[in-house]
Design a protein around this ligand. Structure first.
Ligand code: AMP
Ligand code: GLY
Length: 422
């Protein structure tokens, strides 16, 4: 089978790596890919958000199956265009991708199916939003309704910060994404990421993880796309997983089907857990990055079988085979990230790193030319390892980090800190 993966991050490198382990894959193309992906698959200069170009490319290259990595092509309807053209596709329709593309829509679904989530109100105008903030008091959370590349959420510890966020959003800082704002109750507890596959009828859990969103050690500094992750998340006990499925995931998926917009793809629920009760923070309609790097190392070749089954409506036939193992990924980012950073610094030491099903260096923002790897993004590498214990996975992941020779890069030194003894 000829397979196309859309995207260019560490998530897509990990997906490509897992897909290639499976003998069903005859040929793999990743568009646009990156410097690491180019070492294991063909990369194509194709805009993943240009539905017409993607459909034409699939015809030219005789592609049998498309896996869509990031949210932007999903929100742009690329999965719909591919399915209309008769191409088997992993990823939700534009209508179902609204679970990530509109925070207000997700709240509507939670209301309709009684899924526990933070109390909220929606605003399209600054004056009433500010009145509401003054009424509720801080801490409070202000969110741009639309896609804002992970930057549209302000967790405000005082009223002034929340009011400033309102001015920012209605002032156009987030473009169209900030035309509507959702203001939410601040939830306390422990966060976890929960991943399920859905084929529109059957829902299958495929793993849990914990991300580290803040840039600095000890969860300090600004939010990022994620500086590291580990899987499984100890807070997701069997009882909490079951509660999450029954109270949040299954009712949400049933509501989407009831509306005539069934969800097919991977649903990534961001949860807050307190006193044994999970509440939904947000849905994403794609794998998390860097959570995906952990999940793929743990799932290996069966990932392709699972994604195919989700796309073909056969999830009821599938089960996930788990080793009793742990994975951790540590992100190396360019100095300055998530603020402005330089591009073009040279990264050495990568060719000597092990590439096994226990230790992988997934590339995110890299370019490779004449054998030289340069950093071209904010998050640049995701050093990922698996072990029998979280401690073993952590030791191996940080050993990989230690072998990368990149003076212009940095990483958090405390990934997994909440799950490991001091
Ligand atoms: P999101 O982009 O929705 O994942 O939000 C980014 C981060 O903001 C989340 O991972 C949480 O840490 C935090 N967050 C979002 N909503 C809330 C909330 N209602 N209460 C507390 N923290 C939140
Ligand atoms: N790591 C968080 C995300 O992918 O949204």
């Amino acid at each position: 089978m000829n397979i196309l993966i859309l995207g260019s991050g560490g998530r897509e490198h990990a997906l490509a790596w897992a897909v290639l382990q499976n003998p069903k894959c005859d040929k793999l193309i990743v568009a646009p890919g990156n410097g690491g992906i180019g070492q294991i698959a063909e990369c194509a200069a194709l805009d993943p958000e240009d539905a017409g170009a993607v459909v034409d490319f699939c015809a030219e290259e005789a592609i049998d199956f498309v896996i869509i990595g990031p949210e932007a092509p999903l929100a742009a309807g690329v999965a719909d265009a591919l399915r209309d053209a008769g191409i088997l596709t992993f990823g939700p329709s534009k209508a179902a991708a609204a679970l990530e593309a509109s925070k207000a829509f997700t709240k509507e679904i939670c209301d309709a199916c009684d899924a526990p989530t933070a109390a909220y109100a929606r605003f399209t105008e600054a004056g009433s939003a500010k009145d509401y903030i003054r009424q509720q008091g801080a801490p409070i959370v202000v969110k741009a309704d639309g896609l804002a590349a992970g930057k549209g959420v302000i967790v405000a510890m005082d009223e002034a910060e929340a009011i400033a966020a309102i001015d920012d959003m209605f002032g156009g800082s987030f473009g169209g994404a900030g035309a509507e704002v959702v203001i939410e109750e601040f939830l306390e507890g422990e966060e976890a990421s929960f991943f399920v596959l859905s084929d529109g009828k059957t829902v299958l859990p495929i793993g849990t993880a914990q991300d580290h969103k803040r840039v600095g050690d000890g969860d300090t500094g600004p939010n990022t796309g994620g500086m590291g992750a580990y899987s499984p998340a100890p807070v997701m006990t069997d009882a909490i997983t079951m509660k999450t499925m029954k109270e949040i995931i299954e009712p949400s998926m049933a509501e989407m089907a009831r509306r005539g917009t069934p969800f097919q793809g991977v649903l990534f629920a961001g949860l807050m857990i307190k006193d044994g009760q999970p509440k939904l923070i947000e849905y994403n309609v794609r794998f998390g990055d860097p959570e995906c790097q952990c999940l793929m190392l743990r799932l290996g070749a069966q990932a392709l079988d699972l994604l195919l089954a989700a796309s073909e409506g056969r999830l009821d036939e599938m089960q996930v085979t788990w080793a009793d193992d742990h994975a951790m990924t540590v992100v190396m980012a360019a100095d300055g990230y998530p603020g402005s950073y330089e591009k073009g610094s040279i990264i050495k030491g990568l060719d000597d790193l092990p590439e096994t099903s226990y230790e992988m260096c997934f590339h995110a923002g890299t370019k490779r030319e004449a054998g030289v790897v340069t950093a071209v993004g904010g998050r640049v590498l995701a050093l990922t390892a698996r072990g029998e214990s979280l401690q073993e996975a952590r030791d191996k992941a940080y050993a990989l980090v230690g072998r990368v020779d990149w003076p212009e890069g940095f990483n958090r030194t405390d990934i997994g800190r909440r799950a490991l003894p001091d």
